[in-house]
Design a protein around this ligand. Structure first.
Ligand SMILES: [Zn+2]
Length: 249
């Protein structure tokens, strides 16, 4: 398996919810609160980061690995790994789809959370499509991951891949924090806003920079508050406003 050492693997078993993202810290921003809420309901949650974070402006891939491990602990996920796709240059290739298929067939999530397809960072937009197509491929019994016929798939198989039975998630949802789009539904994360914030702040190499640029840092919280208002979660709005004082209207 083309993954780094598991940064967090409490039990190598199946999970209920798997969040897939391009970079370590993406999930914390887009659906960290949702993962916290799911875990609080007894569901098994997991995160798959597709890159190591080597292209990050601040910090190294090693820094990000340690920080991701700490964030995973705070979020209460049962499993987290990072693949080795190039940071800043993720491509929707058969080889990359197969890498994700192998994870899907290992942890067998019922629900997969992907980044929304409208995004400023090209990696985020590509992962929306790459992840979707990997979920579809994973359900095919004769997919290349099982029967390697294409040259690129053979290379993956020769690298030590083991066969696993097909698995297609029951549902795929897209987490949109930055895109200017009205979501189909929102999740009330009011009780978890502090833990979500702590998970994000676990990325110390980037958090110091973000905290200095409060206008940038406040944007996600403003969006969380707006989403909360759509569902009548006034408490979420107040927490965002009162807790960190970054609220502007
Ligand atoms: Zn990202």
């Amino acid at each position: 398996m083309c993954a780094t050492e598991a940064t967090r693997e409490v039990e190598p078993s199946t999970v209920d919810v798997l969040a897939i993202a391009a970079h370590r810290d993406d999930v914390e921003q887009t659906c960290g609160g949702t993962l916290l809420r799911m875990a609080s309901r007894g569901l098994r949650t997991a995160i798959l980061d597709l890159t190591q974070g080597e292209a990050g402006t601040r910090g190294t891939a090693e820094d990000r690995a340690r920080e991701a491990d700490e964030a995973a602990r705070i979020l209460g996920v049962t499993w987290r790994q990072a693949l080795d796709m190039p940071d800043g240059a993720i491509a929707n290739t058969l080889e990359n789809r197969i890498k994700i298929v192998r994870v899907l067939r290992q942890v067998r999530p019922r629900v997969v959370i992907l980044p929304y397809w409208q995004a400023r960072h090209p990696d985020h937009a590509i992962v929306a499509t790459l992840g979707y197509e990997a979920c579809f491929l994973s359900g095919l019994a004769k997919a290349p991951a099982v029967r390697p016929t294409a040259p690129s798939a053979r290379a993956v198989a020769e690298a030590g891949e083991t066969e696993a039975s097909p698995h297609r998630p029951f549902k795929i949802v897209y987490a949109s924090l930055y895109a200017d789009v009205r979501p189909s539904f929102v999740v009330d994360i009011t009780p978890f806003i502090e833990q979500r914030h702590q998970a994000l702040m676990a990325y110390r190499s980037a958090a110091r920079f973000l905290c200095r640029r409060k206008r940038f840092a406040s944007a996600p919280l403003r969006r969380l508050a707006i989403m909360g208002s759509w569902r009548g979660c006034a408490t979420a709005s107040r927490l965002c406003k009162e807790k960190w004082g970054w609220w502007t209207t």
